[in-house]
Design a protein around this ligand. Sequence first.
Ligand code: SF4
Ligand code: FES
Length: 247
Amino acid sequence: MKLNLKIWRQPGPNAKGRMVNYQIDGVESDMSFLEMLDLLNENLIAKGEEPVAFDHDCREGICGMCSLFINGEAHGPDRLTTTCQLHMRKFKDGDTIVIEPWRANAFPVIKDLVVDRSALDRIQQAGGYISVNTSGRPVDANTIPIPKKNADMAFDAATCIGCGACVATCKNASAMLFVSAKVAQYALLPQGRIEAAKRVQDMVAAMDAEGFGSCTNTGACEVQCPKGISLTNIAILNKEFLLAQSK
Ligand code: SF4
Ligand code: FES
């Protein structure tokens, strides 16, 4: 397969960026999108040119590092799929593919397609944890009964990989879907109730301080989320926040 690539190149955080055209040949349909970029970079290095910087780690859909806006969609044209699990069979010979970094004020570009997503880490550090008894006599987890529905919803919320596609997709660059998943995964479990009020207030305050926009219930985040995190979590976040305010 031969492809035309239009890729955002930006040498550094304060440098001016621009779209650059590349032609690539020999792309196999069973290559992943990142393997296609590896091939492009091998060609660029062989020609003595600077390779394209892009984020990746696990390449199996679990770490949340890969983060490309492909033809105007976060993680590309497939639903419930991260960029690393997107395959080139989704494209055809002669296609033009536009590749950009996540765009959000809270995600400044570091280089080319790599953005700084540490704002999400700081929100997580503000309250995305529980305190447990480590005295040597912890309570066995199975002695705390949890309704199956709550356990399932908490598990689904916990599948958020912190990729930031929800932010990149949202017209307001809101991080509400991410924060709601991190709040809901604990709010639904007895272990998470103890610090629930402080957690939701601290995480929402951290989200606001990082400069993310507000949620206006558009729902684009849910559509583009590679892990299918539901908008129901945003309803849980709002309920938890109101409950905490009234305490
Ligand atoms: S909610 Fe979905 S899109 Fe947002 S960070 Fe989590 S996994 Fe990524
Ligand atoms: S590289 Fe880890 S989720 Fe894509």
